[in-house]
Ligand binder design. Structure first.
Ligand code: GTB
Length: 216
């Protein structure tokens, strides 16, 4: 059964890999599953055909046979459960890796998104100059805690897992701000993730979409 995911027809980041289809592509590459991509415009995302798959009108989605999923955490978890390569077989180690998946999305990503949104969407508000440092500090404290836990380890809990895939994906969003460099072990962790052949293939695939010449 072919797998189809959705991605931006043109990502606002121009192919820097920050749109969330990259993490799904990465998971698919890690588990060796071929996939096809349906590109959707911002307008198409809000139309009934797409809303039937994604109630919030977003990308990415995942379809395989009669299964349709949305939410990157659920999609990565689904792939990790169905295919070897993203979760340990030992039950306790598996539970810990899943815990890191939730930590990435529920605890680390929110302050990062808050910071990204403050910079991107609130810059021209009269209170932006006062709010931005607060939001940045909240993100910094979370990164400090994560850096302390990671220490000198390569990955969060033993071998690379879906927990690392999501955590690295979430941290990539911090990179353009320069704040990641304040935490050298986190910067090195992200670089290790980016160096994985599966990530490289995923990144190249989304870059190809976003750098293709415009249709005539
Ligand atoms: N919780 C959902 C998930 O993890 O799947 C969030 C999905 C989501 O935010 N999707 C975004 C979307 O479809 C794209 S990834 N937005 C359109 C909309 O809501 O109308 C977020 C994103 C977009 C662009 C950049 N960028 O250009 O840097 C980075 C991240």
């Amino acid at each position: 059964m072919p797998i189809t995911i959705t991605a931006f027809d043109r990502s606002p980041d121009g192919g820097k890999g920050l749109a969330r289809d990259t993490r799904v592509r990465w998971a698919l590459e890690e588990v060796g599953q071929p996939y096809q991509v349906r590109l959707v415009s911002f307008q198409a995302m809000k139309e009934p055909a797409h809303l039937a798959i994604h109630p919030f009108g977003q990308i990415p989605t995942f379809e395989e046979g009669d299964l349709a999923l949305f939410e990157t955490g659920a999609i990565v978890f689904h792939l990790a459960q169905r295919h070897a390569g993203l979760l340990p077989t030992d039950a306790n180690a598996r539970a810990r890796a899943i815990t890191w998946m939730f930590a990435a999305l529920n605890t680390v990503e929110p302050p990062i998104l808050e910071f990204a949104n403050a910079k991107l969407l609130e810059r021209d508000k009269p209170w932006a100059a006062q709010r931005l440092p607060l939001v940045q500090d909240r993100m910094r404290s979370r990164l400090r805690q994560l850096a302390d836990r990671l220490g000198n380890a390569d990955w969060l809990d033993g071998a690379f897992s879906a927990g690392d895939l999501l955590m690295v994906s979430v941290l990539l969003r911090v990179k353009p701000s320069g704040v990641l460099e304040e935490f050298p072990n986190l910067a090195a962790y992200v670089a290790r993730g980016e160096a994985r052949p599966a990530y490289q293939r995923a990144f190249a695939a989304q870059l190809a979409v976003n750098t293709r010449p415009p249709a005539e």
